[in-house]
Design a binder for this molecule. Sequence first.
Ligand SMILES: Nc1ncnc2c1ncn2[C@@H]1O[C@H](COP(=O)(O)OP(=O)(O)O)[C@@H](O)[C@H]1O
Ligand SMILES: [Mg+2]
Length: 563
Amino acid sequence: MKIARTFLKQHMLWVGFVAVIIPLLCILALQYWSLLKLEKTSSVADKVWMKNYLSDVATEVKYFYKGNVEQALNIPAYAITGELLEKGKSPFGACEVKGVKRLFVSAFDRTGEWKTYFYDPSCKTYQCTQIASEARAINVASASFKMMGQEKTVVRMSGFTVDDRDPENRIVMKPILDESSKIAGVAGFIIDVDYLKQEFLPQVINTSLPVKFPDQTQDNVIVRVYDARHNVVYATKPGKGQGEETMTGLPIVTDVYVAIQSRTMTPEQWARWNFTVNLSLSILMTTVLIGGIVLALRTASRELKVSQMKTDFVSNVSHELRTPLSSVRVFGEFLRLGRVSEPEKIREYGQYIETESRRLTQLINNILDFSKIESGRKTYQFERADVGEVIADTLKTLEVQLKQNGFQIIFEAPDSPLPPAVIDADAVAQAFMNLLDNAVKYSASAKEINVRLDQEEGFICLSVTDHGIGIPREEQEKIFDKFYRVSTGLVHDVKGSGLGLALVKHIVEAHHGKVTVTSEPGRGSSFTIHLPAAKITGEDAKSQGTNNVAKSGPPLVLGYKDS
Ligand SMILES: Nc1ncnc2c1ncn2[C@@H]1O[C@H](COP(=O)(O)OP(=O)(O)O)[C@@H](O)[C@H]1O
Ligand SMILES: [Mg+2]
């Protein structure tokens, strides 16, 4: 229980992260699954919907011809007696029959011969002359009825029959029965297929489309009518359409087809598009959310680290302040009480007090500058100056301290004079002092430090190289962060504020320069400050001969290890 609680406490951020991520991924998986289902069902639903529409059209066609039969072919036997027919009297009613090429009656005449009489569907009294092909088709179609009539068979049918053996003359007919249910004749019509294709179907399609596909969705489909040779005889919209066409043959006129097709995107394409868009949005949202969480976690963990580093900083700084202060106090007391009389010792104590005070000043300066940087109040006084001179002056002030610690500084400058730079001399000196201070602190037993001035592609390069403990590769970027201190190996024993390099970086960047490090653990480190050089003016050229430190000759050796 306790272990679990400490684990939770230590890994709070990760636990929170996992607690958010798992439900999120579950939601995403669920959405993927439901979208997949939706894609399948919606595409099937759309297909079914289109098929439904076509079957509606087919039903309309069927009812149309059924209506024609009801309207025209219910003829009583007494209206087709041979006498009446021969007189040219039409047995059909007075109304016009649409979609019909010819109306006809086949019946036995007074001599008992099976004869066919033709009528115009719009002009009921007019008896047409026979057309051979039509008469042939009617003879073929009505042969069985004729036979049943001759044999006086009792017929029990009330519907109509369709004969399409001659595709040019499709015949719909109905037997005319006398009172004893025997066949007296046959009434029928020849279907006007052109009317069906060119008038009836377009009208049916155009009235039923908005009903089946409301809210302008009818614009997204094309309905076509095909003839027997698969030529388009009518289309609601021009163009090709997308995807597969759903097609159905019509009843009665079985070689005419109606087909429907998506105009813009097929139902499958729509479903896929819908699926992709929805899923992408979900993935995007989840990614953004995860990104946000990761960012928040990173910030939180960084804050935690910084607050830990701040705590370390306070203890380190108090230590750094207390140690030299107590020595200064002790040496001061010695001097005040006159405990030391030899002038050599007095000078040594005095020097110690001076060195330690300088160190304290540098530490306090670092802290003050850092606080100014943090609050955005740090300002720089840029002036044209000679970097070499600034470095040489700084080295001179540190000479004693370095000598005391037994350090040997090898200062190298190029043969040719360095160009001037626009710098804040105090800030550059402070940056250099910090690098030198680090070189001293992290040198361990190696007591040689190289300071090198050089110029390279418009930059003045100042490098401080030690042969000390070095810095692991993975730490080399982090050491420039505020409060950051390498917490492995030898560094543990050396006290520091963790502000020096952060300050160096800030100063150098304020000069539009950069600071780089190369280091190998156990072999030493080399920090280089690159400062942009200023353009040389006439005055610089004159003064360069006289006051530039960068003179040719052997390296300048500042300190010697006294043994
Ligand atoms: N010359 C060097 N050799 C080895 N490590 C160094 C060197 N300079 C800096 N470092 C590492 O970088 C860290 C940060 O340096 P700095 O910001 O000056 O802080 P401080 O010196 O107060 O610890 C140091 O704690 C040390 O671990
Ligand atoms: Mg330092």
